[in-house]
Design a protein around this ligand. Sequence first.
Ligand code: BTX
Length: 324
Amino acid sequence: TNVKSELLKRMSAGKDNPVSGQQIADEYGVSRTAVWKYVKELESEGYEIGTIRKRGYYLISSPDTVAPSAIQQFLQTENYGRSMRHVETCPSTQILAHEEAQNGAPNGTVIIADEQTAGKGRLSRPWSSAAGKGIWMSVITRPELTPQQAPQMTLVAAVAIVRAIEELTEVTPAIKWPNDILVNGRKLTGILTELQADPDRVKAIILGIGMNVNQQLEDFPEEIRAIATSLCIEEGQPLSRPKLAAKVLDYLELYVALYVKKGFAPIKILWESYADSIGKRVRISTLQDTYEATAKGISEDGRLEVVLDDGSIRGIYSADIHII
Ligand code: BTX
């Protein structure tokens, strides 16, 4: 697959710069027949490939797919996304990722689906995952962290996603604590962080990332049309899902490494620069109760700090926040 994604990457240079099969074969120490087989494989996956006699192959068009080679041609990571499993449809990539993690999947393994039939959010809420319209992926990470440091990974992922969106689009995303990315007040992306751990050691943190990319409003179930949005809706044009998925993985690897090495402080600064609730009046709903307060910032351990009306400060581990 390494040769295949490299082939794909180089074929994207266009008709004037065809890729020589012989050269790829020499560089990677494989036979020309093997290269030719990769070309045929790509064609069967929906790529249209042109051939110029004696010069090589070039890409005419790409299918709208999140298959591994489509994503990997854009990847700049060391580990993240290098091992990848793509399924057309599944109930939830989180379930597959938990199984793979238990079976020893390496750090950075990605499970990605074109469609989820039972995508899940926090507290078993449903996550709408229309076929071919979004990025529905779970990233198995194995950072050197204690279980107490795991919840901040949600915030690390949020910063990575926002940076990727900023780099590839014109939209201005905001982060809503703890796990939503909003554009113009509507939900664009959700993050679900799940943990496999011993009492004192993280075995795997599974980051479930759901990004609305190419939906139109009618692709969302009716009950969320008023609160959801997609990059296509916001930008007025479709976006390449594999390019975006690769960019998210690039930033995710970078910021997870930063967090592990330098602690939460640098992430906190980034996070707060994108947060939409800081300084604002919010309604906080936990499983136990609902109350109002003013959001102050986040703490070193990722809690949302709010000032209650009696002036006391409270740090919240998990809740739903509404700006009022
Ligand atoms: P959450 O609990 O913060 O958000 C769930 C709520 O968001 C739902 O109750 C609904 O109101 C709304 N919602 C549902 N689907 C969408 C959507 N597509 N766009 C905007 N709003 C929506 C958020 O949980 C965490 C979501 C993680 C999803 C990923 S996808 C890959 C991985 N696999 C999996 O099953 N979950 C994760």
